[in-house]
Design a protein around this ligand. Structure first.
Ligand code: MN
Length: 337
């Protein structure tokens, strides 16, 4: 297949990384904390390629890898929360870690590594590596890694192609967001022709849910209410709901997004009892800046996704926060970006 072209400056950097990795005997690869499909997919694919080249490869994820990614075969070779005994490496590659600490407790290892490579696609990325490849116009670090393998003249195996496919699918919201560019699709097309197992990956990522996750979703939807002329969707999860569903915190992922699906809804909220406090989570559409509301209650986040923790009874938290949101609709414009 013909090479997919990139900016000469970027191509030179990838050539340098390819050369560094080819001559390295040992490589330390790091995923970020709370790892997602992109950081893990990119790490596993690089790990597999380097293992075939007979290098000492140490893949490190300080936090546990989520269950829905464990179908990727090489996951079992990742050291979860376990730093290497021999801390000397010829090269290290950090997958979308904006700073080294985003990779966890890796400072000492990096200090003993000859060449540190930082690969990222986020605005927040700092140039802490000896080689820094920070490219904002790609969907994912997995998409970015494709160019490295191109530069290394590697033909990816089906398993390796699946790793990059997972990263791209996750970060584009399964090709839903604007970040899925024509180039993203071209790269994905190549991954499929290398045998990426897209249907299998999609089943694990999008069509698998543990029973407690389904049950607690049912409870949250059952309690969902529309307020403020249909602009706010709100629900709550009590400790007793969690117990009844047998649900853990990990089973709550994505529930908040359901409220935003309702036409006309601008803000979705979940109030949840947890330990000795109430967690308030916010999602919004457009220029309604929920991070401003979270900040008023000691929390934070981004324009469209934020949260706060409050040590007050759930009824009171609910009333106070809904009041502020109602004021926002009435013209208080502090909550507009
Ligand atoms: Mn990413």
């Amino acid at each position: 297949m013909t090479k997919l072209s990139i900016r000469p400056e970027l191509e030179r950097k990838f050539a340098l990384v390819a050369k560094t990795l080819k001559s390295a005997k040992s490589v330390f690869i790091v995923a970020h904390l709370n790892p997602d499909g992109d950081t893990i997919g990119a790490m596993l694919t690089l790990g597999s390629v380097l293992l075939k080249m007979k290098k000492r490869v140490y893949m490190y994820s300080q936090d546990e890898i989520p269950k829905n990614l464990r179908f990727l075969k090489l996951v079992r070779k990742v050291h979860e929360g376990k730093l290497p005994k021999d801390k000397n490496f010829d090269a290290a590659v950090l997958m979308e870690c904006s700073t080294p600490s985003r990779g966890g407790n890796v400072k000492e290892v990096l200090a003993n590594t000859k060449t540190v490579v930082n690969i990222d696609h986020h605005k927040t990325a700092k140039n802490y590596g000896h080689i820094n490849i920070v490219e904002l116009k790609v969907s994912s670090v997995s998409e970015l890694m494709f160019y490295l393998f191109q530069e290394m003249n590697v033909k990816l195996t089906p398993e390796e192609a699946t790793g990059l496919y997972v990263g791209i699918a996750i970060d584009t919201g399964r090709f839903h967001y604007a970040s899925a560019s024509p180039r993203t699709m071209e790269i994905t097309s190549r991954l499929l022709s290398y045998g990426a197992k897209a249907p299998e990956a999609n089943t694990h990522l999008y069509a698998t849910k543990e029973f407690p996750a389904l049950k607690i979703l049912g409870t949250a939807l059952d309690k969902l209410k529309l307020l403020h002329n249909g602009k706010t969707a709100v629900t709550e999860i009590r400790k007793s709901d969690m117990k009844k569903a047998g649900a853990l915190r990990q089973h709550l992922e994505n529930i908040i997004n359901y409220g935003l699906m309702v036409p006309g809804v601008k803000v979705s909220l979940i109030f949840r009892e947890e330990g000795d406090h109430v967690a308030a989570n916010f999602r919004s559409k457009g220029n309604f800046d929920v991070s401003k509301i979270a900040q008023k209650f000691g929390g934070g986040g981004h324009r469209n996704a934020a949260g706060a923790k409050l040590k007050k009874p759930i009824k009171e938290v609910r009333k106070n926060i809904l009041k502020i949101i109602s004021d926002c609709y009435k013209g208080d414009d502090f909550c507009r970006e």
